[in-house]
Design a protein around this ligand. Structure first.
Ligand SMILES: Cc1ncc(COP(=O)(O)O)c(C=O)c1O
Length: 398
């Protein structure tokens, strides 16, 4: 057999998928591992997809997505994100996942370096490696409220650094960066002429700290203030907001002037997203949003129940201000190898959790619990976690 491209073996597997696959072989598993909303898809969204199938709207369509959807996204970006863009800056993708890949493919050549959050979403590293680029982790530590440290970032920059990935609200931490942190990150990127890839797929789930879009701040404060986005690619998705994970629709928003290139790249990789899926996304944007608010309230109620249960058992966690995860400290039990511990915990206790080390080195000793579950499952899962013997404070605020 001929060999694969030399860099491909360096693409790491996903530590979350590994747990998911073991869990699939077992009976009676409580699933708190993957980021899957437990709420059903809203009926009007499903109806729109069915109607598209019935009309035989199943053809090839524009590389950037169907025009009504792109226009609805432009309106949503103006209303919700203070982003003033035109349809040619919006590219409908196969989930946020493909949008991430597309932006990295556009900007990173072999050997280029990209700064990625640690802990951070697994595919940031996987995509960098797939492109033969070098992921360079920057840490988000509890003692700094899980915020980036600009001095550390400065020290990580080399002549090969091309991009920084920012994920707020964050997976796995649930941290939402306030305005001053985003301003600092923008100033840092400008100092070194870096691209920013802003992953905002959890934009609709925040508590206390409002979600702000880096691209809006970029356009407001760039050299040509008010003149448009200069250096930010933004990734959005329908998956988490509308409980549409398996429908696979997201979008990438780019600075202007890239449409011809994007069209070619989409043509060569996916051609276009499926039309019924895009009609589902259009219905999601145009329909009532109460079901999104209800899902957010459900995740928040779950947080309150889960955090009380953890505190009662002396288990430490990070208080999230966004997304639907609970970053939980099991270092008292995991013995320096939380990935192995999570596998044993799954097999013996029948609870699937995401091991923190799957998100980077600084996740060692932590697990990520998904709050988008039933309260009964969450509490049953937490009841099986090993209690902490000491009396140190249970909450890190971040
Ligand atoms: C931070 C982050 N970005 C992007 C994605 C990709 O989501 P999707 O491809 O379903 O839109 C996820 C999914 O878990 C995520 O957590």
């Amino acid at each position: 057999m001929p060999s694969l491209a030399a860099h491909i073996p360096s693409v790491p597997g996903s530590g979350i998928r590994r747990i998911y696959e073991i869990a699939a072989e077992l009976d009676g598993v409580i699933s708190l591992g993957v980021g899957e909303p437990d709420v059903p898809i809203a009926p009007h969204i499903a109806e729109a997809a069915k109607a598209a199938w019935d009309r035989d709207d199943t053809d090839y369509n524009p590389n950037g997505g169907i025009l009504p959807l792109r226009r609805a996204i432009v309106d949503k970006l103006a209303t919700d994100n203070e982003m003033d863009v035109d349809t040619e800056q919006v590219w409908v993708t196969i989930g946020g996942t493909q949008a991430l890949h597309l932006a990295m493919q556009l900007t990173l050549a072999a050997g280029d370096e990209v700064l990625i959050p640690d802990p951070g979403y697994t595919t940031f590293t996987m995509n960098a490696r797939m492109l033969d680029a070098r992921p360079v982790p920057y840490s988000l530590m509890p003692e700094r409220g899980f915020r980036p440290n600009i001095e550390e970032l400065e020290a990580l920059v080399t002549p090969r650094t091309r991009m920084i990935i920012v994920n707020s609200p964050s997976n796995p931490l649930g941290a939402v960066f306030p305005r001053e942190v985003l301003d600092e990150l923008l100033a840092f990127a400008r100092r070194h002429d870096l691209w920013i890839l802003s992953d905002e797929v959890y934009e609709r789930f925040t508590w206390g700290e409002p979600h702000l879009s880096l691209a809006a701040l970029d356009a407001q404060s760039g050299q040509d203030a008010g003149g448009g986005i200069e250096r930010v690619f933004s990734v959005f998705s329908f998956s988490k907001t509308y409980a549409m994970t398996g429908i696979r629709v997201g979008y990438l928003v780019t600075p202007s002037g890239m449409a011809a290139t994007l069209r070619t790249m989409q043509e060569a990789t996916i051609s276009c997203a499926a039309m019924p899926d895009q009609f589902a996304a259009l219905a999601a944007l145009q329909g009532e949003q109460e079901h999104v608010a209800a899902a957010a309230a459900h995740y928040r109620a779950n947080y309150r129940a889960a955090s009380a249960a953890l505190e009662a058992r002396g288990i430490r966690y990070l208080e999230p201000t966004g997304a639907f995860y609970l970053w939980t400290d099991v270092s008292h039990a995991s013995d320096g190898d939380v990935a192995a511990w999570a596998e044993r915990f799954l097999v013996h206790e029948r609870v699937a959790v995401a091991p923190g080390s799957a998100f980077g080195r600084s996740g060692e000793g932590w697990i990520r619990l998904c709050l988008a579950a039933t309260e009964a499952d969450l509490l049953a899962g937490i009841a099986r976690l090993p209690a902490r013997g000491d009396t140190s404070p249970a909450v890190h605020s971040g």
